[in-house]
Design a protein around this ligand. Structure first.
Ligand SMILES: *Cc1c(COP(=O)(O)O)cnc(C)c1O
Length: 416
């Protein structure tokens, strides 16, 4: 009897040390930290960048032009303009469409702050419209209610790479004569009903920020099918000069130029384009690896009833699988999302939050009086969501460790 009791006590202690989260003093799943994201770097990128450095053309030049052509082809868009960021692209689109003071722009609260910030830069008004509980993307049924006489544009975001309901959004835009600018920061690889993202709306903005699927450190691309808008965008992206620098200084002869608009300075450099070109070539190959990781995560987490997993793909769409996120059912946990994320990091697993609803950020609360409860679905998701590592250089053990760490924390922190 005594030995039995003692053995039980020992095995309990052993179990405890394995199951106790590292943040509570237990042993972490990993000693070496698994970073949340890591850009891909192959010989091609290095070769291309070195070539550009040695060419002496470091600013906007032939590589940028070539990258634009290749990206336009990839996105099935007539025109693509390479820029310093996706944020710059969205703002430039608003500028070209003449959106400014007195105008309203509808977007989702469940996005990165830049989507809304640029509307404020234009001195226009952001009108948030809540997301769909299933897709986490802007809910077209709610957009209609947010439209007023002042509404000029809708900015849907393809959250995590899942295409927004573009048919419904385009229809609303057509009825109310609104422009559509897509925030496709997550969605370079995505398709919607047989159409490539980048080919559908008035403008589409992509991001090549360091953590994105095509990464150039900083960088972005703006696509459109409208020739006039494209020409205007090219001028406004580089000081508003009538001819761009490449044409000015190249061997094609001297052309005087003048400012035709007080433009921005948001052009892409050839050094950035040199990183982007090889990455664009391998974009679908790396997507395939992320799809595999995605499937493993889905399989593992679908059996955990305290977690909401990403919904299955909608019919006839391709999800870009940029981010894999889980949502805690808060009523089933003893800790909140922030503690859970901190605990995951202590287990040696890098994670992120995409995103805290924009209306709950300090500036938006203080300036516009937003408060919790204003956009309940976005809050239900955004206050309980966290993203796990999903990138092509993860090995089998990395994937397994992520799953084990989540399982460990879920069973420890779950309410009984
Ligand atoms: C990263 C991101 C942006 C901004 O991209 P930048 O290229 O850094 O300007 C915009 N929207 C979403 C949803 C993003 O994740």
């Amino acid at each position: 009897m005594v030995t039995n009791a003692l053995m039980l006590k020992c095995s309990n202690a052993l179990m405890n040390s394995i199951n106790l989260p590292a943040i509570e003093g237990g042993k972490p799943i990993r000693k070496d930290f698994l970073v949340f994201g890591r850009p891909l770097l192959f010989r091609e990128e290095i070769k291309e960048v070195l070539e550009t450095l040695r060419s002496g053309w470091w600013g906007t030049g032939p590589k940028t032009k070539f990258f634009e052509k290749e990206f336009a082809k990839y996105a099935h868009a007539k025109y693509a303009l390479a820029l310093s960021s996706c944020t710059a692209g969205t703002e430039l689109a608003l500028d070209i469409l003449g959106i400014g003071p007195g105008d309203e722009v509808i977007t989702t609260p469940l996005t990165f702050v830049s989507t809304a910030n640029v509307v404020l830069h234009r001195r226009a008004t952001v009108k948030f419209s809540d997301v769909d509980l299933n897709t986490w993307n802007i809910d077209p049924n709610k957009i209609e209610k947010a439209v007023t006489k002042k509404t000029k544009a809708i900015v849907p975001v393809h959250l995590h790479g899942r295409p927004a309901d573009m048919d419904a959004i385009s229809k609303i835009a057509k009825i109310h004569k609104l422009y559509v600018i897509e925030d496709a920061a997550h969605a370079a690889e995505a398709w919607y009903h047989g159409k490539k993202i980048g080919s559908i709306s008035d403008f589409t903005a992509f991001s090549f920020y360091a953590t994105k699927n095509v990464a150039t450190g900083e960088g972005g691309m703006l696509t459109t099918n409208n020739k006039e808008w494209y020409s205007t965008a090219a001028i406004r992206a580089l000081h508003g000069l009538s001819a761009d620098a490449w044409n000015r200084y190249s061997a094609h002869g001297f052309k005087p130029y003048e400012a035709v608009y007080p433009g921005y300075k948001i052009n892409m450099t050839d050094i950035q384009a040199s990183l982007g070109l090889p990455q664009l070539k391998s974009i679908d190959k790396s997507a395939k690896v992320r799809i595999k990781i995605w499937k493993e995560y889905q399989k593992a987490f679908s059996t955990i009833d305290s977690l909401i997993i990403p919904a299955p793909d909608e019919a006839d769409t391709v999800h870009a699988r940029h981010l894999y996120a889980l949502v805690l059912r808060p009523e089933m946990f003893k800790v909140d999302r922030n503690r859970f994320v901190a605990a995951l990091q202590e287990e040696g697993i890098g994670c992120g939050v995409h995103f805290i609803p924009v209306h709950l950020h300090e500036y938006y609360r203080k300036t516009f009086g937003y408060k919790p409860g204003d956009f309940p679905v976005s809050e239900k998701i955004g206050l309980n969501i966290f993203s796990l590592p999903i990138y092509p250089t993860m090995n089998k053990k990395d994937i397994k460790d992520v799953i084990r760490a989540v399982e460990k924390l879920v069973s420890y922190y779950r309410r009984n």
